[in-house]
Design a protein around this ligand. Sequence first.
Ligand code: 5AD
Ligand code: SF4
Length: 446
Amino acid sequence: MPSDKVYVRTFGCQMNVYDTGKMYALLARDGWERAETPEEATLILINTCSIREKAENKLHSTLGEYRGLRKRGQQVRVGVTGCVAQQEGEAILRRYPDVDLVVGPDGVPHIRELVARAQAGERVLDTDFLALAGYPFVPDVDPQASKLHTGFVTVQKGCDHKCTYCIVPSVRGAEVSRSADEVVAEVEALVAQGLKDITLIGQNVNGWGKGLPGDPRFGELLLRVGAVSGLDRLHYTTSHPSEMGPDIYQAHRQLPNLVPHLHLPVQSGNNRILKRMHRLYTREHYLDVVAALREARPDLVLGSDFIVGFPGETAAEFQQTLDLLVEADIVMSYSFKYSERPGTPAPRLPDAVPPEVAGQRLTALQTLQRERSLAWHRSLEGRVFPVLVEGPARHDEGVIAGRTPHGAMVNFPGSLEQLNQLALVRVTKGFTHSARGEQVGSADLR
Ligand code: 5AD
Ligand code: SF4
């Protein structure tokens, strides 16, 4: 009798990547092995994302793929986890009779019991939010973690902001912070497995601390984690500009291993639109935050997220978003056309932007972004950086790829034996999405 194998297909953000790791770790306790492909699995979980409509549609097509496996005679149970599971709940069981299990993000800590019930033949539904007091963050570390170059550690879940376009608060629930001791213990466990690069994650990561004894600040947590011996690189994501403050600036000033890169979504460069989005800051405040961060860490490189075509956005207001990209010196960004999400207030706002206008704005923003990324990568030419090797380059044999501390991807000739090691690399040529380089030595920051 072959052993049971589980395959998790992950969509969406780092929180989902992390939950996937936790599910593998928890199910391993019951003897579940990790399947490398869906074809060898006896259980497939689709860990879904509902942030935009396009992401949500992927559930339907993915279920179709796995239905094909069953038609070809594979004995496999299929479950839907994550944000679409939370949002649609029982409707998924009704719409897809071949789905065995529907589990929202708060079901992850109980995944062993839920899967056991599905294995016994029950169609399982769990979309309850857990009580905030004593929220059971899962301490297990993904058994595969040591094979990866970078690890995630959750420090808080949920979001108490009420951005008018965003479905996250309704599918991920209210903010809960994990105790600093637990976070530090998990980081230490990952570093002991050989990981050098850790990202602290949460939907509103810099809001960490609310509700914990003594109301600690996120900057204090950064200082504790940054002091873990053997940790070369510390990142955190995703932050809200309105919750940046002196404690965090101080951590950037003080910690050499806190990377000089920050993803700080701004969404729009216009104050009227920011207000309509309920973002709780102005363009001017965002620029002040960026200035304070750069004062603390002059080499800081800034990334951001943008939504274009939000209801009411005029051409002049959109132009302010383009201008902000330049003024804040944002060198990497993700940008999206506004997408109506069920249960959010923004669809009721007047003056919807026609889709073709939103499309043109997205193209304009992404064109400017690509120019800026190219200029940034070119500005690195001739300089030497420690590069943490992540794997083979995508297209070239004998070439490996890794990242500089500020997140630039550099390809250079080398061997896969250097995986998870730090090489000193001189950048020789910058491109739009990456740079090329040559190794000039090895670096050990410890
Ligand atoms: N439409 C378009 N983009 C969205 N985002 C979140 N909600 C929506 C939406 N309804 C984007 C934001 C956020 C990123 C994760 O996804 O830019 O920062
Ligand atoms: Fe959504 Fe806003 Fe919370 Fe981010 S801060 S998860 S955009 S509600």
